[in-house]
Design a protein around this ligand. Sequence first.
Ligand code: DC
Length: 229
Amino acid sequence: MRSNLVVAIDGYSSCGKSTLAKALAKHLGFIYIDSGAMYRAVTLYFIRNHIDIADQAAVEDALQHIELNFHSRDYQSHILLNGEEVSEEIRQMPVSEAVSEVSAIKAVRHDMVKQQQRMGRSKNIVMDGRDIGTAVFKDAQVKLFMTADPKIRAERRYKELAAKGDETITLEDVFENLAHRDFADTTRKESPLVRAEDAIILDNTDLTEAQQLQFAIEKIIPFLENTKH
Ligand code: DC
């Protein structure tokens, strides 16, 4: 039994995983780790350095030159790629369009999972992603699997991008990107997105953020008493 508490949140793209994970971390005083940001930062590095993802040696070599770090401000997670803050850039479409292919590469997953396991070795954490409850922390005490109506998800993501001033993107682009990523993430060979048998389903199509937080906290409370802080 681990002495630190791990909350694993998996689910489809743009389901509000990170919103819930951040709110939970803030509420509980846990560390939030956005595993998707790590795959996105690797993707950005590959794009910038023209790494051919079909070339295994080139991919493995590139991974040796990537250092990822998080720093947290107000429970917003910021990711540094070789010391450079890239949190904004990794959310833009060029990265979103390539990230599923990059995250399907075995060597990439191996490297990321190792780093994620190290981050969750001793501290209480909330980590969100696609394989947290099935591969990274199979022994997480609380596992949530998030889902929502695809149209609602696309609308939420579109509004987010539009609010950041991205006027080139249409709702259809976002919908197609989500459908593509859902398909790629659930059908890939290496740890595909699948609900862990012991994960609790959270469909947030009709739930407010406060309701989701309440739902998750109720599932976590029984474990808080047994865990040292
Ligand atoms: O959570 P996100 O949308 O920022 O994740 C971006 C991509 O990274 C997603 O399409 C699949 C991949 N990913 C993954 O394969 N495993 C994770 N644990 C997290 C993300």
